[in-house]
Design a protein. Structure first.
Lengths: 424, 424
């Protein structure tokens, strides 16, 4: 082995960044590759989409986070090929990285389950750019409704549907209902924004399926209290520019948001090892891949069933824990020691629903409502990277609470769906 | 005349918004049209481009600003035609607005003086989208330099040129030098960002030509102290993807920014009245246009030489004053009274250069340096719309001062110049 081993880590999300930090001080050369220049705090991404926070509030440049960790070099690039036998990664700028150890942590993207044509009409939410696109789409719908002379068209612009009752769908629906009912009050002359219909559509029997049934039911009631119409047990069969098909019924709605499914990053397939149905890499208990003890996968891209028979969930704490264990196993392997199997420590599950509403499941302790919301807020602010981000997010939250206003109601970028509205 | 006159105001910048507010309480129906949903505080736009502020920090939704002014309806749309005889404005969504009085205040855009092919390589700065594009371009150049293996290519990525020594050029150059020397310190492994060359190129004999000569000279010295190379008296003769031609010399530079010229909004030409060389509308002393006493033009789009022989400058205070006078004259004309001629009240001129450096010209009182910078800061925060924006901008400034960090160093959007860097 070369004097200084080269460790390549792909992905600066929770798994990749936590692994990188866990390798601090190690006599190794680490290259962290990400296609963005920032680490993103995904749990608050819906707040950027709903104009409560600015993009930089929940992101920090990877270089800045890692500036004092001298064994790391950060590269902003997209991976175009991984050769597991030659131990080589190719980047889109044409350069190659030869590695001794590889950690692939490129995460997940949204998936339309074979209905990719829906993507055009029902965007999803995974990156900051997605969030800004979605913000434009949501705010723009009210502008179009205000300008519409035909009442049927106006109603279609005031009809919103969120497809998928998981945490993202619930957050988006609850916040959008608050925007329509409170934030936009008094600002329009031809429409009453509070008449907007916000529907949350879930194919399964309940929202927040990862939570105990009693909390799902509480979440549903809190959503309806905020003004969201919740439809359960009916799958969406089609999505078009002017509405969607629910069971056998076409529902007019100009704005449909996709929060129904995630699939693994396409980089997983480059490893040439078995994947699960969602495209995730079936990892060994120590997070390495079969036949390649020097290659590890962590985070949302890794598929692992624990010894207790439960799959590791695709949540931020699991990604961080996996990242740290992968780093530990990389160290072990470089030292010629044996690796350790991953054991997920489940500290609980929380989801926010909207203004002062959330559900918390800490195993034995379950609660919902205002107290859960405060708990959710404190945990999320605490886990944000960067003191300044914490301060600004708190400030924005107090502002939003006190004024019902949302700080970032600025439509950015050109609207691709409505080219006539582009800048001349 | 109809019972309730309809006043159409085009443009929600300083002129249009100040006119709209000056018409509060009037028994009229006002429609304010803007192609964006927000009023933008343009004097701080360079801070968004240089990652010091987020886009929403310096913008506020027009609807929100005007929510309590019940005689105003806000329309987000682009004007496609103005018929001055039929008194009708056509919007890009196909609707038309019949007006009794019109105020056109659609401002200015950047101009390449017949070299429109330069726009592709040297973007300008007028809108929030421009600022985010420019931010991406500036931050991305350091990423490319870090990844470059060829030293000549690396140097080209570390070479920046700002074309134009007016206030925007000076602000951009000073701030970019600070980013290279201080903000990015320690974050790169293959390059030393402080070795970046930031050149400010001005064809005329001095920077900040609107200021007294002594302040221009002080500004030049402050720029050089910050690390900017200032080139005076040499025009740029060409701009390409990999550099620009200064006089007869080609200078390699991957990043060139255009801050050299503005032209009037193209809507001015729709009025079918004489324009000046920059495309601005030659208005009457009362800001109406020849032959159409019911149509007014205000702000950067209006060209007016005052009684003292001096042209009204294209600055924010002049736009606000023009907007207010146009409103007063619209009121006067509706009441059958005579209109008033515009007189520009010049309270002084200030420009910022970079960290703790600025110049202030209050006529008899002229100063520069740290004191001028504080004066500039207080004035700009004071004139921002919205208490929250003021608070956040102040917070960001203290943060930047204390930590040398810039809060918004997040690369957003796809890079159109380098499609290989797009998301897969």
């Amino acid at each position: 082995m070369a004097a200084t081993p080269h460790i390549v880590i792909i992905g600066g999300g929770f798994a990749g960044l936590w692994a990188t930090r866990a390798l601090a001080g190690m006599p190794a050369r680490i290259t962290l590759v990400d296609r963005h220049n920032h680490h993103l705090f995904q749990p608050l991404l819906y707040q950027v989409a709903t104009a409560g926070l600015s993009a930089p509030d929940i992101a920090a440049p990877l270089r800045h986070i890692l500036r004092r960790q001298k064994n790391v070099e950060v590269r902003m690039a997209t991976v175009t090929a991984i050769d597991t036998d030659a131990k080589r990664v190719t980047l889109d700028d044409g350069t190659t990285l030869d590695f001794d150890r590889l950690l692939l942590a490129s995460g997940a993207t949204h998936a339309y389950f074979g209905n990719d044509q829906w993507a055009e009409h029902a965007p999803g939410l995974k990156t900051l750019d997605d969030a800004l696109d979605l913000r434009r789409k949501l705010l723009f719908a009210f502008e179009r409704a205000e300008a519409a002379s035909d009442p049927i068209e106006r109603d279609a612009w005031l009809s919103f549907a969120i497809i998928g009752g998981g945490p993202t769908g619930v957050e988006l629906a609850g916040t959008l209902a608050e925007i329509a009912r409170e934030t936009l009050r008094d600002e329009f002359r031809n429409i009453d924004p509070s008449q907007a219909r916000v529907r949350l559509v879930e194919a399964g029997p309940r929202v927040l399926a990862a939570f105990p049934e009693e909390l799902s039911e509480k979440a549903r009631r809190q959503l309806e209290h905020l003004g969201v119409e919740v439809t359960l047990g009916t799958p969406v069969k089609g999505i078009a520019a002017d509405g969607y098909t629910l069971g056998d019924t076409f529902v007019p709605a100009k704005t449909v948001v996709w929060a129904a499914g995630v699939a693994a990053s396409p980089l997983g397939a480059m490893l040439d090892v078995p994947l699960d149905r969602a495209g995730r890499v079936l990892v060994q208990p120590d997070l390495s891949i079969p036949g390649h003890p020097d290659i590890f996968v962590a985070g949302d891209l890794a598929s692992l069933v624990q010894a207790n028979g439960k799959p590791v969930p695709g949540v931020a704490p699991a990604a961080k824990q996996m990242g740290r264990l992968a780093a530990r196993n990389i160290r072990a392997r470089l030292a010629g020691e044996t690796t350790t199997a991953f054991v997920y420590k489940d500290y609980g599950n929380l989801a926010t629903i909207g203004r002062m509403a959330a559900v918390v499941d800490l195993g034995t302790l379950r609660f919902s409502g205002i107290l859960a919301w405060w708990f959710w807020l404190v945990m999320h602010v605490f886990f944000l990277i960067g003191f300044r981000n914490r301060l600004v997010v708190l400030l924005n939250w107090f502002w939003a609470y006190w004024s019902y206003q949302r700080a970032a109601r600025i439509i950015l970028g050109e609207d691709r769906d409505h080219p006539a509205m582009e800048r001349p």
